[in-house]
Design a protein around this ligand. Structure first.
Ligand SMILES: [Zn+2]
Length: 276
């Protein structure tokens, strides 16, 4: 069924990719701020939206056509997008559809479209806060409402005419705080980590306390190194320490080492290391 030239737009639901270049259809077609997306069929020559002819009975045509697959797609419900699995590919939202619109059971194919509301999952945010502002500008440029998808519902992030909303910004800030906490955790030296002691080789961390790290070299030498003297080397993905930072060393007898390396059920049962 073709319903020509809607005066009031239909509102459907879509999924977009969102990257540094802005919003894109899942097939990579860019959506530009301030101008409607207009469907073109491949059959029309230089069109950008690819259509596949179901019945190859016509030549060039304006998109969409009932017997083609061209047009800008939108679902009738957000539930349908989720059920089909498309929603996990990016940011979802409402989209205004107008011009020629072909209706299907679950959705529409439209001639013209423009985002109405964008719902941003936190996982789509850039990892670096230095990129956040410019990335969000690629969305606010559309001048439509932007929300953050939260566990208990969507929270306004940016509204046309009102700008940023504190509640949405707070959700984003909390998200970044969580990431930093995880990163700090990952960057704390722990048992089993490798420490490159310059001029001595790789030592494996056996024990960490508040001030010191005890690490064992390949020749069973136990080293005590101040925690602050151990620095993370991102390029080598290992901890590094200068030999001058090692202030006590002890060679362990083989039997002691083998006992020492058996995982203990509790830290209190672990043998104490005694320096010489
Ligand atoms: Zn077509």
């Amino acid at each position: 069924m073709i319903v020509p030239d809607f005066i009031s737009p239909i509102v459907g639901y879509r999924v977009w990719h969102w990257d540094a270049g802005g919003l894109r259809s899942l097939n990579g077609e860019p959506w530009l701020p301030g101008q409607p997306m207009e469907a073109r069929c491949k059959v029309s020559g230089d069109g950008t939206l690819v259509g596949r002819i179901v019945k190859p009975a016509h030549g060039d045509h304006h998109a969409p056509q009932a017997d083609c697959t061209c047009g800008i797609y939108a679902a009738k419900s957000i539930g349908h997008l989720r059920n089909t699995g498309y929603a996990r590919f990016g940011i979802t939202g409402e989209v205004c559809l107008w011009g020629v619109v072909v209706e299907h059971e679950q959705g529409w194919r439209a001639q013209l479209a423009y985002p109405k509301t964008l719902v941003l999952p936190l996982v789509t945010l850039p990892v670096s806060t230095s990129l956040l502002e410019s990335r969000l500008q690629t969305l606010t440029a559309f001048n439509c409402d932007i929300l953050v998808a939260g566990r208990e519902g969507n929270v306004p992030l940016w509204s046309k005419g009102r700008g940023y909303n504190v509640a949405g910004l707070d959700m984003i800030v909390q998200r970044y705080k969580g990431w930093y906490a995880v990163r700090r955790q990952e960057r704390q030296v722990k048992r089993g980590d490798r420490v490159a002691v310059l001029d001595r080789g790789i030592a494996v961390v056996e024990h960490v306390d508040a001030k010191q790290v005890h690490a064992v070299l390949w020749n069973n030498t136990v080293m005590r190194i101040g925690r602050k003297e151990i620095v993370w080397d991102g390029g080598n993905a290992r901890w590094e320490a200068k030999l001058s930072a090692v202030f006590q060393r002890a060679s362990l007898a083989t039997s002691f080492v083998s006992h020492f390396r058996v995982p203990s059920p509790s830290p209190t049962e672990r043998p104490r290391l005694v320096g010489v």
